[in-house]
Write a protein that binds this ligand. Structure first.
Ligand SMILES: [Zn+2]
Ligand SMILES: [Zn+2]
Length: 347
């Protein structure tokens, strides 16, 4: 089978490997589709400190079940989540599941960009395999994980009905965040990005007003106009650009929240006036990754057509074109979400 892997700094390659066989409690999935996420691009650049496995938005059909697996059948269409918490440590007991020390140590093998991949028993046991409703297509399935991350973040910040939201960074995940916030009852939603392709996709659905992020003053005017000069209730930083964090902090209202949602560049720092943050009561809340509960809820919203995401997939490339897929995904003026397809895509 073909497998896409990191092959060196700035490089991904496709290798031939033997098909995996399932051990006890394990599930083998034949790949239909897997999105190329911003974190995959960061890993390829060598600027991501956690796992080096690529591909975590994978959907496909169950190809084989190991001894002891129940409740699934060969041929079932599924989403497979790559990380699961232990549900037993202090972080898990506090409900901070994605910060569980064992969370990012679990993973699909050899990753989501493989014609077949193994879902370890620990993932299967903890509910990482989600059967897909027939109303949820493969493209939508690849967006379950990023939308789950957005839902976990929105729960974390406690979005209140009618809240005004500013999304800084309108990549597919920033747009998903905006659309989900809309579904959950947000009021005015504004957004900013450098890419005109992304701004128009955001403006199509979910975002009420967009500005070019190149001009911070324009973004400020957008917010001032919409909020009578008060600032937004919630600013979401859905980009790795650290300047957006400071901009978000300056554009939330007194007592407002900045959600650190996009992966910050490794080694990036923030130079902020702490007294101003203190006196304005700005809350900064990071949110990393998602949980099985939120993934299931996002899937239910997709199945009920309460969340529309399909238009966010702009390109499909077969797995043997993985290097081209990464190239394309790193050009925000050309592509929204690039999806890599496998043998089960036509099914
Ligand atoms: Zn992702
Ligand atoms: Zn834990």
């Amino acid at each position: 089978m073909k497998v896409g892997l990191l092959s060196g700094p700035g490089k991904v390659a496709v290798e031939e490997r033997p098909d995996p066989a399932p051990g006890p409690g394990e599930v083998i999935v034949e790949l239909a589709a897997c999105g190329v996420c911003g974190t995959d691009l960061e890993k390829a650049k060598g600027s991501y400190r956690a796992t080096q496995v690529i591909g975590h938005e994978a959907v496909g059909t169950v190809a084989a079940l190991g001894p002891g697996v129940s409740g699934l059948s060969v041929g079932a269409r599924v989403f497979a989540h790559h990380h699961v918490p232990c549900y037993a440590c202090p972080a898990c007991h506090a409900g901070a599941y994605t910060y569980c020390p064992s969370y990012s140590k679990t993973n699909l093998d050899p990753g989501g960009f493989a014609e077949k991949f193994r879902v370890p028993a620990v993932n299967v046991n903890r509910g990482a395999i989600l059967p897909l409703a027939s109303a949820v297509g493969w493209d939508e399935g690849t967006l379950i994980e990023p939308a789950g991350c957005a839902l976990t973040a929105l729960r974390g910040v406690g979005l209140s009905p009618g809240a005004s939201v500013l999304v800084l960074g309108l990549g597919p995940v920033g747009i998903l965040y905006a659309r989900l916030a809309r579904t959950l009852g947000a009021g005015w939603i504004g957004g900013a990005d450098l890419s005109s392709l992304r701004r128009s996709a955001a403006g199509r659905r979910g975002v009420d007003a967009v500005a070019d992020a190149k001009n911070a003053e324009k973004v400020r005017q957008l917010v001032q106009l919409a909020t009578n000069g008060r600032g937004v209730d919630l600013a979401v930083v859905a980009t790795s650009a650290s300047a957006a964090v400071g901009l978000g902090m300056s554009l939330v209202r007194r007592g407002g929240t900045v959600n650190l949602f996009g992966l910050p560049e490794a080694g990036s720092h923030l130079d902020e006036d702490l007294q101003s943050l203190y006196l304005r009561g700005v809350r900064v809340i990071p949110s990393y990754a998602t949980t099985e509960r939120d993934l299931a809820e996002v899937h239910a919203l997709l199945a009920a057509k309460r969340l529309e995401v399909r238009d966010l997939v702009s390109h499909h490339l077969p797995i043997d074109k993985l290097p081209e897929a990464f190239q394309l995904a790193s050009q925000p003026e050309k592509a929204l979400r690039v999806v890599v397809t496998g043998p089960a895509f036509g099914e």
